[in-house]
Design a protein around this ligand. Structure first.
Ligand code: GCO
Ligand code: MN
Ligand code: MN
Length: 386
């Protein structure tokens, strides 16, 4: 296809090895596709036009690899990156697959599990830094409970803080340039995961020893799972200077963890998200954390990856169209953008002025806001008739 929706490096589209490499196993069925070797995944991603590839430590190096085996894998992977012109913007750690983490990693009750989680994360940081990664994602997939009888939840918060503070110091000592991005999810694989929302993590970050080094990695599906508005979560993170990374995918509310292609379930909320990222000039990676349907073969995996990027670019084009639409402009200024506003700072005069003022409540309530019309114009842009 030769149109303006071709991915280019400046779009910073990235995928995890675990996304295009997903073999389609689910809780009820065995894998349907062969597991892609990391170097083959790099080749595939370059072929479809992606810019970056991310990985968990064990997507690349098996958990039981010896040091020489690890170094051999690293060498081959670096070669594949340079052969295909791909970068590694982000690295992460798998603290959820191994049975040792069945009760969590940083928050587990067994101090030896907590220590092993730190050791494993430092190893993953070393590995990512060797590949040039500057963002380190921490997703606490097993940090949670099925029964709250197991520990006091505030103890889990303290343990998590201790771990993140420790890893920040390691980052400084090793002279790595990581910024940590904490990724929230409400449930799955645990019954309830601590830090269920991006907002919860934003609150937590302020309590850390080095809050400047830590931000968030909101994921569309994780907010949608519990019926939340992902753009609001992303906007709060952005406004706080904490949007260090983003996981783009899709998900119907209330279902299992679907990890659909970006925009596949709710193109409308995908539109508002893309519009927000483009309007504010988000400059970080646009990472797709999703995978192809279980019905697909390798061609379907490529279609999935191309589809994620293409939908993003189409929605970006729609957002530009929306911003340039004269009728939408007129409505927006009518709605209130253009009204003179009084000084918002606190002063004794302002308090006095506000107390003395008479408001015509009926007049305030009378005026229609034209959001119906505004929304219909948005719909028409999305449906391609405008
Ligand atoms: C999930 C998560 C993961 C994390 C990944 C990065 O629902 O499984 O989204 O895919 O993003 O582990 O740390
Ligand atoms: Mn997810
Ligand atoms: Mn994710």
């Amino acid at each position: 296809m030769t149109d303006s929706f071709q991915p280019r490096p400046e779009h910073k589209f990235s995928f995890g090895l675990w996304t295009v490499g997903n073999p389609g196993r689910d809780p009820f069925g065995e894998p349907v596709r062969p597991r892609l070797a990391p170097t083959d995944a790099v080749k595939l991603l370059a072929e479809v036009g992606a810019w970056g590839v991310n990985f968990h430590d064990n997507d690349l190096v098996p958990i039981d690899a010896t040091r020489p085996e690890r170094d051999h894998i690293v060498k081959a992977f670096k070669q594949a990156l340079s052969d295909h012109g791909m970068v590694v913007p982000m690295a992460t750690v798998n603290l959820f697959t191994d049975p040792a983490f069945r009760d969590g990693a940083f928050t587990a009750n067994d101090p030896n599990v907590r220590a092993y989680a730190l050791q494993k994360t430092m190893g993953a940081m070393d590995l990512g830094a060797e590949m040039g990664a500057t963002i380190f994602v921490l997703w606490g997939g097993r940090e949670g409970t099925e029964t709250d009888a197991c520990r006091r939840p505030d103890e889990a918060v303290k343990r998590l803080r201790e771990a993140v503070d420790f890893l920040c110091e390691y980052n400084i000592e090793q002279k790595y340039r990581y910024r940590f991005a904490l990724e929230a999810k409400p449930n799955e694989p645990r019954g309830d995961i601590y830090m269920a929302t991006t907002g919860a993590y934003l609150g937590f970050i302020a309590t850390l020893a080095r809050p400047d080094m830590v931000g968030v990695n909101p994921e569309v599906a994780h907010e949608h799972m519990s019926g939340l508005n992902v753009t609001h979560a992303v906007a709060q993170a952005w406004e706080a200077g904490k949007l260090f990374h983003i996981d783009l995918n899709d998900q119907h509310v209330g279902r299992y963890d679907q990890d659909f292609r970006f925009g596949a379930a709710n193109p409308r909320s995908a539109f508002f998200l893309v519009k927000f990222l483009e309007d504010v000039g988000y400059g970080g990676p646009r990472h797709f954390d999703a995978h192809a349907y279980r019905t697909e073969d390798l061609e379907g995996v490529k279609a999935f990856a191309r589809g994620c990027m293409r939908t993003y670019l189409i929605l970006r084009d729609k957002a530009a169209r929306w911003n340039a639409d004269p009728e939408i402009h007129a409505l927006l200024s009518q709605i209130g953008g253009g009204r003179a506003s009084e000084p918002r700072v606190y002063s004794a005069e302002r308090v006095e002025g506000l107390k003395a003022r008479t408001f015509d409540r009926a007049a305030l309530a009378r005026q229609g806001l034209a959001y119906e019309q505004l929304d219909q114009l948005t719909t028409e842009i999305l449906l391609g008739v405008r």
